[in-house]
Every structure is written in structure tokens, then in C-alpha cells.
Write a protein that binds this ligand. Structure first.
Ligand SMILES: [Zn+2]
Length: 697
């Protein structure tokens, strides 16, 4: 698996990853009056919706406006969301179906299976707002007391061990420990440590002068939270100041997000003695001996500069400053699982101020998402039985085979690649494995202690299970059948060390996947998604790995040069797009995703053409709803990306999300693909059919 501390290479960004947590943050766990948020069944989604099309727009000028214009106009962002699009709509529906299962399981009954009792109790504890409110900050008090009792900086390591082992969610660690595949030998699983420790979504927020307003709001938020935890206004202000100083030092030393995309930048194998030389002020041996990981000779210190600086901070900052920092992260980490005053203040900053969300997400949605996140392979078992029939898996396998063949043909036709490199690319492609729907065997959660009246305890136990599950992999063979996403997830991913593509049952639903529709619609929807994931194996990051998942250059120097010239073209193209006036996309941050979008679109189109050919010449001309199959393919692709997003959220995404917003995923891709211009009879030289365009794959 990809290191747990790195963001997976997803199809779609799912919101801000605060402080690069190994577990995605539930960013808005807070409450609203129940009356207005009673669960109602979301509508079933349609593939290829002609009512979304804005027929007053010229597809050759702005294809996204043409395919999605009416959708954008008629689908404002709901108050409890920061962006709203096809992905979110399907996610709402999947979550609602899951909610019904959880709601039933939460009612005590002798008929419940042990598994149902477990996830039912977890969900029930989360939904029990009166009890959670009554407890206030009490569930966190043992951790706060332990932090308060820290007697010296040399005891920091044993304190972090104690908190990690007992309280994984609220453990205020400033770095991440995990087990990962060795990048030079992917059959080995090794220990790795990675930078962390920030409360804002990116290091830029601490360092960029233009972000002063967000820094001020963050400090005000910390002060408010410390006071909720019982500190005086003066003490709270001093604690926030110390925390900000430590986090700013971490931010300065943190490797920037764009550089993290290059696997070579995050591979530094060291012995424990070397780590101790690099970062002498932390008791590493004490930490590793007790945190729950087995013995090892060497580990990957992914971001050495960070650990050097963190060690310096341990020396430079007084003990009280470190206590403030740890206290803050304990409160922050647990905020979503404490009483409403913490939840509301957390939402006020991370939801309203940072990403422009108007209303708090209803409790039933938050608790459903939380149960799915922490016990996903327990609740997912029934979910796939209800929502993913076996014939869907077979249909999907056929599609994957068609895309696989198309990428092979595409590689053969590449104008810039030598025969020697083409051979290597084909070998890599032949080794790509695919996983469809759900795991072959489910994780066994039976050791996770769940109580129907202890939300924070339940969350800690489930999170600790996930951490220990990961640490137990040290030195063991790689489990190729493991999944990095839960079954109802509306997303997909490629894992470069595994060289596999993964499609959860949650995305294999309309509008992505609908076999009542013609092939053009499916190839434009899920077909492009499959192609996108396959192309990740060959983007700026994925192409550095070979078919076995090892970092090895398999392109000739000339081909690598040609590859980089071509990716530079995309860096420039997407860097020219503005998501909010004055805010440009980061062409380097989004390069891998943009390359995957462009390649995915092209190979899905090749696969569709092959399929139509097999069906006979007539199919190519058959119009449905007034559109040719080629046109339907492109409209289906674009409609996957119909979306609205708040300006504040777009600003955060521009700094943190490797995915471009939907409009640019659509227009940026079609303008690089001449078949689009031909399908819509555009004049060459129009914006969507330019004379010069970019092509990598
Ligand atoms: Zn992707």
C-alpha cells in the first residue's frame, strides 16, 4: 500500500486534509436542529441528462458551459456543503442507503449479528447527542491530565506513546508513523516517519503574507477552544501564541506539497543511530520500543528537514510551550466527538471561515460517514449485497479489459516514444492489477471494543485498530488484496507501489455506470474513470515506478526528456486557469491528475470506437437524443464534472487539492483532444479546438 501518511492518488479530492492526518478529517462534525434535517431519500441519479445542457452555449467556445450550464444554474450548493456536483449527489445517496442500515442496527435486538451489534452500537453512540453533550470535555480529561503532568522534554516520547496507544484519534503527535512498501523493493514492508503537526491545511498558510487573515482567525479559534476547555482568557491567549510559534517552525521545515509528489524526495533510509544524529532531542528508541511496531534496523525518514527542525524546537521551546501545543492538538483532534460547544466552534473555523460552508452537516450524515470511515469493511458487507449485484462486476471487468487494450494501442501510436520504452510501458501495463467493488476477504474488527455510550472511546478504539493494523505489517509479505477505500465510497484510486487500480462499489452506480444506457455514455463516464486510474501509472509520479512497483527508470533519457517537455505543456496550460479571479491553479500540483484526465479521456474514446466497430458501422451514426455516439461520449464525460463550489473552498483547493475543479477537468482535457473538435464540428482555432495543444499519453 501507499504509505498511510501520503494522500492516496484519488480520482476526486474529498475536501481539506487538515494537518495531513492519516485518517481523513470529518471536517464538520457539529449539529443543527433536527426538524430541518430529517433524513429524506435523495433522488436516484440519471446518466446523461439532457436537461443539464445549456443549448444557448457554443460547445466549441466553452464545452463545460454547454454540457453543464443548466445543471450549474439549477443546482445551488446546499447549505451543509462547500461543493456540490455529481460526486456529492451520488455520495449523498450512498450514505443515505448506509444510514438506513445503521439506524436499524443501532436498535438493541437479539436478532442483531455480532457485527451488526458492533457497528450499530458505534453509530448509536455517535447519534446520542444528549449524552455526548452531558459529558462535555470529560471524555478527554485523562489525556489532558497526562499532558499537564509532562515533567521534562525528555519524557515527550513516552507521553506520545501512551497517548497513541490509548487514544489514537486525540493523540497529539507532531509526526506520522506508518508501515509502507519499500520504494526500491516493493515486496518489503518497512517503517516510515513523515512530517505533520499543523492545524492549518498547508504550510503556505503560515508563511504566505497574504494569509494573515486566516492566521488571525486560527489563533482566535484556538483561544476560543482553550477557553471551552476551561482555561482563562489570558492563559488561552498565551497557549495559542506558543502553539502558533511551534507550528510555524514546523511549516518552515516541512517539504512543500509539490515536492512531496516526487517519490525520490521522500525516500531517505536511515538507521536509528542516523535518525538520532539528525534529530537528537527526541527519545526515538523509547518511542519505537513501545508504540506497537516491531523491531527494525532501518526506516524511511521521509522528510529529514522536518525532523531536524522539530528536534531543534524541542530544544528551543520551553516545556510549557510544548504542553500548550500538545493540549491544543488533543482538543483539536477530539473536538468532533465532544459536546456541541466544541463541535460548533470547530465548525465555525474549519467549516464557515476556511471553506465557506453555511450550515453544519446534519448529525445523521456525520455519524454515517464516521462509521463508514472507521468500520467501513463491517458496514460495507451488507451494503454491497444490497447495491452491487454480481453481474455489475462482470460488466466492469469487460470495460476494464476494453480500456486495457485501448491503452496498449495508444502506447503503440505514441509519436514521441522509442520502441525500447514502448516495450517497457507495455510490460508495466500488463502487470496492472484491478480490484472491483469490494475486498475478497473482509477485515476482522471483532477485537475493537465498542460501547453504545462512549463516542470518543469508540472512535479511539477503532482508530487505534487501524493504526495497529498498519504497524503489524512490518516485515510481513504485502497483502495485495487489501483495499484503501470502503465499499460505498464514490471515488477510485491507483497505488503506484502495488501497481493496481481500485474501483469501490460506491462509484459503480449511475451516473458513472449504467448498463441501461448506450456504450457511449458508459465509456464517457466510468470508462474515463478507468482510463484515468490506468494513466496514473504513467503520469509524472507513477511513471517513475516500474510494473513491480519499484522506483526504477524504464524510459530512455531521450524519452524522459520528451515526456517532461510534454508534461511541462500541461503545467503551463492548467497554470493559466483561474478558479476564482486572481487565484490560478498550481500546474505542478495538479499535473498528475491532469495527465490522468487527458490520458483517460483519450483511451476511453479509443475503447468506445473499438466497441462501436465491433457492433457494425451503423452504430457509429446512430443518434440518440439528437447526439452522435461521439458527442454523447464527450457530454457524458463532462457531466461527471458538473459542479458548484464556494469561492473560499476553491481557494483552499488551489493550495491543497491535486485535482483541478470540474470546469477545468472538462475544458482542459477536451481542448487537448482533436477528436472532440471533430465530433462537434468546431472550427480549428476555437478555444476547445486549438491549433496547438498538449499531449502526453
Ligand atoms: Zn486521479
Amino acid at each position: 500500500m501507499r504509505p498511510i501518511y501520503l494522500a492516496a492518488i484519488l480520482l476526486f479530492g474529498t475536501g481539506i486534509a487538515v494537518a495531513q492526518s492519516s485518517l481523513p478529517e470529518l471536517k464538520t462534525l457539529a449539529d443543527t436542529p433536527d426538524a430541518s434535517t430529517a433524513p429524506t431519500e435523495p433522488k436516484a441519479l440519471k446518466s446523461f441528462d439532457v436537461t443539464s445542457i445549456d443549448r444557448s452555449a457554443d460547445p466549441c467556445q466553452d464545452f463545460y458551459q454547454f454540457a453543464c450550464g443548466n445543471w450549474v444554474k439549477n443546482n445551488p450548493i446546499p447549505g451543509d456543503q462547500t461543493r456540490w456536483g455529481t460526486f456529492n449527489e451520488l455520495n449523498e445517496r450512498n450514505q443515505w442507503l448506509l444510514y438506513n442500515e445503521l439506524e436499524t442496527a443501532s436498535k438493541p435486538s437479539p436478532k442483531r449479528t455480532p457485527l451488526e451489534a458492533q457497528f450499530g452500537d458505534f453509530f448509536g453512540a455517535c447519534m446520542n447527542k444528549p449524552l455526548v453533550d452531558q459529558k462535555g470535555i470529560k471524555p478527554l480529561e485523562p489525556e489532558l491530565k497526562a499532558i499537564d503532568a509532562l515533567g521534562s522534554k525528555s519524557a515527550l516520547a513516552s507521553l506520545l506513546v501512551k497517548l497513541t496507544v490509548k487514544d489514537s484519534i486525540s493523540a497529539p503527535n507532531f509526526f506520522r508513523l506508518g508501515v509502507e512498501q519499500d520504494q526500491m523493493d516493493s515486496s518489503k514492508q518497512i517503517a516510515g516517519i513523515f512530517q505533520g503537526g499543523l492545524g492549518l491545511p498547508d504550510r503556505d498558510y503560515y508563511l504566505d503574507p497574504s494569509q494573515q487573515q486566516i492566521r488571525d482567525a486560527y489563533v482566535a479559534h484556538m483561544v476560543a477552544m482553550f477557553q471551552l476547555a476551561g482555561d482563562s482568557p489570558e492563559k488561552a491567549a498565551a497557549e495559542a501564541k506558543s502553539t502558533m510559534e511551534i507550528e510555524t517552525a514546523f511549516a518552515k521545515a516541512a517539504t512543500p506539497r509539490v515536492e512531496l509528489r516526487n517519490p525520490k524526495n521522500i525516500y531517505h533510509i536511515m538507521t536509528l543511530a542516523q535518525l538520532k544524529d539528525l534529530a537528537p532531542n527526541f527519545e526515538w528508541k523509547e518511542y519505537f520500543d513501545h508504540v506497537g511496531i516491531g523491531p527494525f534496523e532501518t526506516l524511511n525518514v521521509a522528510t529529514p528537514d522536518f525532523f531536524k527542525a522539530a528536534s531543534q524546537e524541542i530544544q528551543d521551546q520551553p516545556l510549557d510551550a510544548w504542553k500548550s501545543y500538545l493540549r491544543w492538538h488533543a482538543i483539536h483532534g477530539a473536538a468532533n466527538y465532544l459536546s456541541s460547544n466544541f463541535v460548533d466552534e470547530n465548525f465555525h473555523f474549519y467549516g464557515q471561515e476556511l471553506v465557506g460552508q453555511k450550515e453544519i452537516t446534519p448529525r445523521w450524515k456525520r455519524c454515517t460517514a464516521l462509521t463508514d470511515r472507521l468500520l467501513g469493511e463491517a458496514v460495507g458487507q451488507d451494503w454491497v449485497k444490497q447495491n452491487f449485484p454480481p453481474q455489475d462486476k462482470q460488466s466492469m471487468q469487460k470495460l476494464v479489459a476494453a480500456l486495457d487494450k485501448a491503452l496498449g494501442e495508444d502506447i503503440q501510436q505514441l509519436p514521441w516514444m522509442s520502441d525500447a520504452t514502448k516495450k517497457e510501458a507495455e510490460i508495466k501495463l500488463s502487470l496492472v492489477r484491478n480490484k472491483i467493488g469490494y475486498p475478497e476477504h473482509w477485515k476482522d474488527y471483532s477485537s475493537v471494543k465498542i460501547s453504545s455510550n462512549d463516542l470518543l472511546g469508540d472512535v479511539d478504539h477503532a482508530a487505534h485498530f487501524a493504526i495497529q493494523y498498519d504497524l503489524n505489517k512490518l516485515g510481513k509479505p504485502v497483502d495485495e488484496s487489501e483495499w484503501g477505500m470502503t465499499p460505498p465510497t464514490v471515488n477510485a484510486y491507483y497505488d503506484p507501489a502495488m501497481n493496481d487500480i481500485n474501483f469501490p462499489a460506491g462509484i459503480l452506480q449511475p451516473p458513472f455506470f449504467d448498463f441501461s444506457k448506450d456504450p457511449a455514455v458508459n465509456f464517457g463516464g466510468i470508462g474515463v474513470v478507468i482510463g484515468h486510474e490506468m494513466t496514473h501509472g504513467f503520469d509524472d509520479e507513477g511513471s517513475q515506478y516500474d510494473g513491480k512497483g519499484n522506483l526504477r527508470e524504464w524510459q530512455t533519457p531521450e524519452d524522459r526528456k520528451a515526456f517532461t517537455e510534454r508534461t511541462d505543456c500541461e503545467v503551463k496550460e492548467y497554470g493559466g486557469f483561474e478558479s476564482v479571479p486572481g487565484v490560478h491553479l498550481n500546474g505542478k500540483l495538479t499535473l498528475g491528475e491532469n495527465t490522468a484526465d487527458n490520458g483517460g479521456l483519450r483511451i476511453a474514446y479509443i475503447a468506445l470506437m473499438n466497441t462501436l466497430k465491433e457492433q457494425g458501422a451503423k452504430a457509429e451514426d446512430a443518434k440518440i437524443d439528437g447526439f452522435t455516439p461521439q458527442q454523447r461520449f464527450f457530454i457524458s464525460f463532462a457531466q461527471i464534472w458538473c459542479s458548484n463550489q464556494t469561492d473560499a473552498s476553491l481557494r483552499v483547493s488551489a493550495k491543497t487539492d491535486p485535482h483541478s475543479p470540474g470546469k477545468f477537468r472538462t475544458d482542459g482535457s477536451v481542448q487537448n483532444f482533436d477528436e472532440f473538435g471533430k465530433a462537434f464540428n468546431c472550427k480549428q482555432g476555437t478555444p476547445m479546438y486549438p491549433v496547438n495543444s498538449c499531449r502526453v499519453w
